[in-house]
Design a protein around this ligand. Structure first.
Ligand SMILES: C[S@@+](CC[C@H](N)C(=O)[O-])C[C@H]1O[C@@H](n2cnc3c(N)ncnc32)[C@H](O)[C@@H]1O
Length: 445
């Protein structure tokens, strides 16, 4: 079922609480960032243990002895919640041969997404036998759908992934044929039940070239377009192409990496949210906002042990101290690796300081280390503050992601499509878990 979201209520809420998220994570302890936090919240976040914070703020239920500003926050947050249809987790299993080399996350995604697509393809009115899989990667989803009897065209922009996907398909075919020869009990008809898999190496976008390329694959019979973890601008481009082909009857997209959106027309995407946000003013629709929408969900927060929280808060506080030092001293912080600070680097502040020259292009003199030590002493009361504020961000994450997903759904509805949103993955295993499913009306088919 598709639930409407109160866009105006969400924007007012996010505007009132933008101090919770509208900053770079490493600036969480800078004076400028802290000065934007209302005094009552600042004192509360700094002086409350994680356990008490979880009871008062993080749990959905209202806590009778919580301060009024927390009750107000939670009342407003709870009112904005959208209840997406949750798909039961699949009891389907993957054979050991197929699952070799795959993570638990990937197996979970392949089984659940392919089950969803198969159900939608076989249910009326959207019967489709050809599936166009955009951003098909190594072709895992396609492999599963072909085994279920559907024809699949996997469109993949990366040449190496495209070639690896072809290799996987061939190996799978060989495995089936040799199983047919060696396993007398296998019904030879089994293999005839399988669909056809094609792989295309192409960068999909909203261009005439994409339309021309698709003309070769979207025939006159009903077909469906799917994408698993379409990042940045790819989802809006898929929507635009979907509208152009009348035989493309339905669409199922799981999006990710909202912060990679480059085209400013792609968020907000619907006329409704665009109108409301133009009226309200939404300075916080920026990179930090989209980045938080792409982060882990509240389920992960509840799954964290006390020591994971302690490690996390040290990581955030130490990096913020380094950021304050770099801002004060006019020193540039350039990472030497993608994840600059590792778990072992934050066992203590002195270990962290020793690791700085490996993690960043930054040499620290003895006097620099002393300055860092002084900032650390200044900020050392703020470990609880940083972790509690991170907790608030986990709550805001759900609101931001729901807003992005509902805005996309609304954009499709404005074109007359019928749209539903389903949560198909366990969010602890795979946080980008919502699939947007659109079906064209009868008249357009
Ligand atoms: C996160 S991966 C998901 C892969 C696959 N759907 C899966 O779930 O296993 C995204 C894939 O989309 C591909 N991709 C991204 N943008 C694309 C585009 N515009 N056209 C075609 N492929 C694209 C990437 O190369 C990558 O393989």
């Amino acid at each position: 079922m598709y639930m409407q979201m109160d866009f105006l209520g969400v924007l007012e809420f996010l505007s009132d609480y933008s101090w919770m998220f509208d900053f770079k994570v490493t600036q969480i302890l800078t004076d400028v960032t802290i000065s934007k936090v209302p005094k009552e919240w600042r004192e509360y976040l700094a002086s409350t243990s994680l356990e008490e914070f979880n009871n008062s703020v993080m749990r959905r239920q209202l806590c009778s002895d919580a301060p009024h500003f927390i009750t107000t926050f939670k009342n407003r947050l709870n009112k904005l919640e959208v209840n997406f249809t949750v798909m039961k987790n699949e009891s389907k299993k993957m054979s050991p041969e197929k699952s070799r080399g795959l993570t638990r996350k990937k197996i979970h995604e392949i089984l659940n997404f392919s089950t969803f697509i198969q159900e939608k393809c076989s249910s009326t009115p959207a019967v489709a036998t050809t599936v166009i899989d955009v951003g098909s990667g190594l072709g895992y989803i396609g492999g599963e759908l072909v085994a279920g009897g559907l024809d699949v065209v996997g469109i993949e922009g990366n040449r190496h992934f495209h070639q690896a996907a072809i290799k996987r398909s061939l190996e799978e075919k060989r495995r089936l044929v040799s199983a047919k020869i060696s396993d007398e009990t296998l019904d030879l008809e089994d293999c005839k039940e399988r669909g056809k898999m094609s792989h295309v190496n192409f960068m999909f976008d909203n261009s005439p070239e994409t339309v021309e390329m698709l003309d070769n694959y979207v025939g006159s019979s009903p077909s469906t377009m799917i994408a698993l973890h379409a990042c940045g601008d790819l989802t809006p481009d898929i929507f635009r192409i979907f509208s152009k082909f009348s035989t493309l009857q339905s669409l199922s997209v799981v999006s990710c990496c909202y912060h990679k959106i480059k085209n400013k027309d792609n968020f907000p995407l619907s006329q409704e949210l665009s109108k409301i946000s133009a009226r309200q003013g939404t300075e916080f629709f920026n990179h930090y906002f989209l980045r938080l929408g792409s982060q882990e969900t509240i389920d992960r927060w509840w799954n964290m042990s006390a020591s994971a929280h302690a490690d996390h808060s040290k990581n955030v506080v130490f990096r913020s101290i380094l950021e304050i030092f770099s801002l004060r001293e006019g020193r540039t912080l350039k990472k030497t690796r993608r994840k600059a600070v590792r778990k072992d680097d934050v066992t203590s502040f002195s270990t962290f300081v020793s690791s700085v020259s490996d993690s960043y292009q930054l040499e620290l003199s003895d006097s620099d280390k002393e300055k860092l030590g002084n900032i650390y002493r200044d900020k050392s009361q703020l470990f609880d503050y940083a972790e509690n504020l991170t907790g608030c961000q986990y709550l805001i994450q759900g609101v931001i992601e729901s807003l992005i997903v509902c805005d996309r759904a609304q954009c499709l509805r404005e074109q007359g499509f019928s749209v539903t949103i389903h949560q198909i993955f366990d969010q602890i295993i795979s946080p980008r878990s919502k699939v947007l499913h659109a079906v064209k009306p009868q008249s357009e088919r």
